[in-house]
Each structure stands twice: as structure tokens, then as C-alpha cells.
Write a protein that binds this ligand. Structure first.
Ligand SMILES: CCCCC/C=C/C(=O)SCCNC(=O)CCNC(=O)[C@H](O)C(C)(C)COP(=O)(O)OP(=O)(O)OC[C@H]1O[C@@H](n2cnc3c(N)ncnc32)[C@H](O)[C@@H]1OP(=O)(O)O
Ligand SMILES: NC(=O)C1=CN([C@@H]2O[C@H](COP(=O)(O)OP(=O)(O)OC[C@H]3O[C@@H](n4cnc5c(N)ncnc54)[C@H](OP(=O)(O)O)[C@@H]3O)[C@@H](O)[C@H]2O)C=CC1
Length: 299
């Protein structure tokens, strides 16, 4: 992990964060930056070998004078009992939870028509229900009485998410959940916001899509105004900003970190077709037919 935080060192001294999916990709960059800022970080995800490797690697970042520390807990956010255990064990270990970053999640690529119910449910349970369970548990067990800050990682689903309709639906729902909780939990001093990344490259993100992965990331580049992919270290500063006192008046918001990708092009191609319902007959349709007759020979 090469990048250094631009924030003041010690900004998060004495604070405790849970980062789901904190061992890989975007989550690993978030964890690294929080550690550099003095935070005590609990990373949580399903695969213990990934967690152990991240703890080994990221603990090297902690300088001896720092209050930072990193520990791991196995947790599948789809399972309520495991989410309960993640929160309870963090409170046992550190006695507080200041920050929750709901980053753990993902999906597979498939046209909606080919998705099985099991596949649909796996993605909804992970990204929507998992995020809800983590928010609710952290709130009920700590933030309700002590305040805190939550950041939810969502996705660029502003124009739908063709090819990943399940995750588009789940992330749009999380964006709305963010707004509801911002209001319901304001009186506890809880701020909650979302971050919507564009196409962010990491080895683990690419490998999730197996053989399709390299092509998917390559195909995204022309659709990004920056004409390059983003990197996890370009998401983590936005997360740290939203967690920090610099964002003390921001809640219920979504920050797009996508170099303008959501305003621009889509990789999804619609094949030429004549399946669309015909327009109502009338003078404008007739006029267009005449124009097209004149244009065609020139083409
Ligand atoms: C430029 C491209 C970038 C685009 C934007 C990128 C966004 C990103 O989010 S990149 C990050 C990618 N990382 C991940 O997605 C990591 C987490 N993902 C997963 O763990 C899986 O994708 C999951 C969410 C589907 C969960 O998998 P798993 O825990 O193994 O789930 P289950 O065994 O309970 O059920 C799986 C069920 O789902 C269907 N399915 C899974 N993979 C596929 C596939 N490749 N194609 C079709 N269907 C799939 C399937 O129904 C599975 O059930 P079984 O058939 O019984 O196995
Ligand atoms: N990369 C990109 O272009 C984009 C990514 N995102 C989102 O950002 C987040 C991080 O993705 P990224 O770093 O790119 O990819 P990664 O595949 O590296 O990260 C996904 C992380 O989520 C964890 N995770 C997945 N399912 C669960 C679960 N059920 N319970 C607990 N942890 C889980 C994984 O750990 P484990 O397998 O050990 O459980 C892994 O650490 C994800 O939500 C992703 O969908 C959004 C938009 C774009």
C-alpha cells in the first residue's frame, strides 16, 4: 500500500471503525488510510485467509507511536447472527464503535432474464440486507446512545445497471436507506452517507468476474471521461472525508467518485432492431418518412 493520506495524521486517534470487506480492493485502501490516521480498525468478511493476510500486511503500516491497530473478524453480512457477533466482539475488544463502513459486497454479471432466484437473492441479501443488518446492529448496540458515522459504498447505477440489474436494484435501495436512516437517526447524532464509485480496478475485483474480468475493466475505459480506471486509493480519501469532522454538516448525501462516468457513456450496447412499437401515424411521421427517403440515397 503506497499511498499516504492527505489528512492530518492522528485525525482518527482513539476512534474505532468497522470496515466490511476491509481486506481487499477498496476496503483494504480504506483500512490502510484509517490506520495511517490513527484509527483502530476491525475488518470483517467471509474468508479468513484474506483477513489474516490483510492483517499481516496492513499492520506493517502502523508506526510504533501510533494508537492505530487492526484486527479481523469472520463475518458473512448476509447472516444476522454473524453481524451480531461482529458488533459484539468489536465492543468487547474496544468498548466503542465510532465508524461503520459498509463496503463488503458485490455481484456477478448476467442479463436479468438469465438470473436464477438464488442468484438474485444472493446479491440482494449481500448488498441490501447485509448493509441494513450492519447499520441496524451498530446503531442499536452503540450509535443510538453515543452517535457515530456510517458510510455505505454503493455503485454507478444512476441510469440503471444493465448486465447487473440485481446490484443496481440493491444499491439504489441502499441509497434510499441511507436517506431514511439519516433522518431517523439524526437525533442520536448519527451521520450516514453513501459513496458511489465508478469503475475501480483491483486484482480481487477483476478476479470476481473470472475470464470476463480483464475485458470488463478494459471496455469501461472509453466510457470514463478521465480515460482511465479509478483505483481504490482514490475512493478511500472520500470515505475518510465523510467520516471526518470536515463533513460534520453532511448527512443523507451520496458522493459520486467516478470522474464523471455516470454523466457520460455506457458499455451496454443495444443491438439494431425493429422490435419497438410503431409511432402513432400522423403528419410528423409522414414528414419523417419523406426526409428519410431523401437521405437514404445519399448514405
Ligand atoms: C468495469 C467493471 C466494473 C463494474 C462495476 C464493478 C462493481 C464491483 O462491485 S467490482 C467488485 C466485485 N467483487 C465482488 O463481487 C465480490 C463479492 N461477490 C460475490 O461473493 C459473489 O459475486 C456473490 C455476490 C454472487 C455471492 O456469491 P456466493 O457467496 O458464492 O453466493 P451463493 O453461493 O450463496 O449463491 C450464488 C448463486 O448466485 C448465482 N451466481 C453466482 N455467480 C454467478 C455467475 N457468475 N453467473 C451466474 N450466476 C451466478 C448462482 O445462482 C449461485 O447459485 P449456484 O448456482 O447454486 O452456485
Ligand atoms: N470495483 C468497482 O469498480 C466497484 C466496486 N463497488 C463496490 O465496492 C465494494 C468493494 O469492492 P472492491 O473492493 O472493488 O471488490 P473486492 O471484490 O475486492 O471486494 C469485495 C469485498 O466484499 C467482501 N464481501 C463480499 N461478500 C461479503 C459478505 N457476504 N459478507 C462479508 N463480506 C463480503 C469480500 O470479502 P470475502 O470474499 O472475504 O467475503 C471482499 O473483501 C463492493 O461493495 C463493490 O461491489 C462499487 C462500484 C464499483
Amino acid at each position: 500500500m503506497a499511498a499516504r493520506s492527505v489528512f492530518r495524521s492522528g485525525l482518527f486517534n482513539g476512534r474505532v471503525a468497522i470496515v466490511t470487506g476491509g481486506a481487499t480492493g477498496i476496503g483494504k485502501a480504506i483500512t490502510a488510510e484509517l490506520l495511517q490516521l490513527g484509527c483502530r480498525v476491525v475488518i470483517a468478511s467471509r474468508k479468513s485467509e484474506r483477513l489474516e493476510a490483510a492483517v499481516d500486511e496492513l499492520s506493517q503500516l502502523i508506526i510504533s507511536s501510533s494508537s492505530a491497530s487492526i484486527t479481523a473478524v469472520c463475518c458473512n453480512i448476509r447472516h444476522e447472527d454473524q453481524v451480531r457477533n461482529m458488533v459484539a466482539s468489536t465492543l468487547r475488544q474496544y468498548g466503542r464503535i465510532d465508524y461503520l463502513v459498509n463496503n463488503g459486497g458485490g455481484q456477478f454479471s448476467s442479463p436479468a432474464a438469465n438470473m436464477s432466484l438464488k442468484g438474485w437473492n444472493a446479491v440482494i441479501d449481500t448488498n441490501l440486507t447485509g448493509t441494513f443488518l450492519c447499520c441496524r446492529e451498530v446503531y442499536n448496540e452503540w450509535m443510538k446512545d453515543h452517535g457515530g458515522t456510517i458510510v455505505n459504498i454503493i455503485a454507478d447505477m444512476w441510469r440503471g445497471f444493465p448486465g447487473m440489474a440485481h446490484t443496481g436494484a440493491a444499491r439504489a435501495a441502499v441509497e434510499n436507506l441511507t436517506k431514511s436512516l439519516a433522518i431517523e437517526w439524526a437525533s442520536s447524532g448519527v451521520r450516514i452517507n453513501s459513496i458511489a464509485p465508478g469503475s475501480i480496478f483491483s486484482k480481487t475485483a477483476m478476479e470476481n468476474y473470472k475470464d470476463l474480468g480483464p475485458m470488463m475493466f478494459q471496455m469501461a475505459v472509453p466510457c470514463i471521461p478521465a480515460k482511465r480506471l479509478g483505483f481504490p486509493e482514490e475512493i478511500s480519501p472520500a470515505v475518510c472525508f465523510l467520516l471526518s469532522p470536515a463533513a460534520s454538516f453532511i448527512s443523507g448525501a451520496t458522493l459520486k467518485v467516478d470522474a464523471g462516468q455516470s454523466l457520460y457513456d455506457s458499455v451496454w450496447e443495444i443491438p439494431d432492431h425493429s422490435a419497438w412499437p410503431a409511432p402513432p401515424e400522423g403528419e410528423n411521421v409522414c414528414a419523417l418518412r419523406e426526409v428519410m427517403k431523401e437521405l437514404k440515397p445519399k448514405l
